[in-house]
Design a protein around this ligand. Structure first.
Ligand code: FO1
Length: 312
């Protein structure tokens, strides 16, 4: 089966890596990323969209290779100047990165949609595939914690270094959010949908929570495949494993597969893990660890080839 158009649901650094793998092997007109915006927040009057920017900088070849976010080689003169005024900035915004936030914030204030702004920014960075926010509305992931009660996502993630114990997660404002016409169109036209190895609860759940998006996802028979973010009992990056345990899940690819259950009809697990016991769907076991550009392209190609074989 020839799969012409691919949509990937992505968030965070793991999502950006898969996006980059797909972008290396597919012509841009065949690929669309729908990106989590639940991590977005207002900071010093600027609208920061970390997951969109991480995907954009990764696809544009600008990303800091060590952190996986921000701009490579960026300076921090603006943050240093804030310190002179007695501020203690806890969210590291590089100077070049701030240019992105300045422009985005100005355009938002002029009434432009985030989707349109991202199209312009990615065009300027000569990025071919569409990088679409999950919605143009403001949605804020709130992490409820045992120690501090409800925390805005970046406060939990960066300020408290994901140390507090998570009791629940909510997506503030999501009930008023709409799927953008661009995202709806991409989902209507997609021949296959991939869920990146991003955090299922923090990065993918906000996308699936946008009203109408699940229906668009499920509207026709086609491959819908998730790639595990859990390898050998651990998350490759970030709090996925810790969070799963705190929310009462077993930390395993099976638990991720079951969590996505209603939305997917195929699952990609890592070859380091044992075979899933009685999986409810076809499973591809392969090396899912993306340590370099070649790994990203290899994983993307293996997953697409598997889908084209009809997940056999
Ligand atoms: N992550 C950190 O751990 N510390 C930071 O200071 C930080 C700053 C930052 C600035 C811009 C940006 O686009 C991302 C940044 N991130 C930082 C990463 C971000 O918190 C995470 O990638 C996500 O929101 C989780 O997916």
């Amino acid at each position: 089966m020839a799969l012409e158009r691919i949509v990937a649901l992505v968030g965070g650094v793991g999502g950006a890596k898969l996006a980059h793998g797909l972008a290396q092997i597919l012509p841009p007109e065949r690929l669309t990323m729908i990106v989590n915006t639940g991590d977005d927040f207002w900071h010093y009057g600027l609208r920061i969209c970390p997951d969109l920017d991480t995907v954009m900088y990764t696809l544009g070849g600008l990303v800091d290779p060590v952190n996986g976010w921000g701009v490579a080689g960026d300076t921090t003169a603006a943050l240093d100047a804030l310190r002179v005024y007695g501020e203690t900035p806890w969210f590291r915004l590089g100077d070049r990165d701030i240019a992105t936030h300045l422009l985005r914030t100005q355009r938002l204030r002029q009434g432009e949609r985030l989707t349109t702004i991202m199209r312009e920014l990615t065009r300027r960075l000569q990025i071919g595939p569409a990088v679409l926010p999950m919605t143009d509305a403001e949605v804020a992931t709130i992490v409820h914690t045992r120690e501090y009660g409800p925390l805005p996502f970046q406060t939990y993630f960066v300020r408290y270094r994901w140390e507090p114990t998570v009791t629940a997660i909510e997506f503030e404002g999501v009930e008023r959010a709409l799927v953008s016409p661009e995202a709806a169109d991409a989902l209507a036209q997609a021949d296959a949908i991939l869920i990146a190895p991003s955090n299922p609860w923090l990065s993918v759940a906000p996308i699936l929570a946008v009203p109408g998006l699940r229906e668009l996802l499920l509207q026709k028979e086609r491959p819908r495949v998730a790639i595990t973010p859990i390898v050998a009992g651990k998350a490759l990056k970030g709090p996925a494993a810790k969070l799963m345990a705190e929310l009462g899940y077993e930390v395993s690819p099976s638990a991720v597969c079951a969590y996505y259950g209603p939305f997917i009809n195929g699952f990609v697990a890592d070859e380091r893990d044992p075979e899933l016991e009685q999986p409810a769907m076809p499973v591809l076991r392969t090396d899912t660890v993306m340590s370099n550009d070649e790994d990203r392209a290899r994983l993307a190609a293996q997953v697409l080839a598997w889908l084209e074989r009809g997940t056999s």
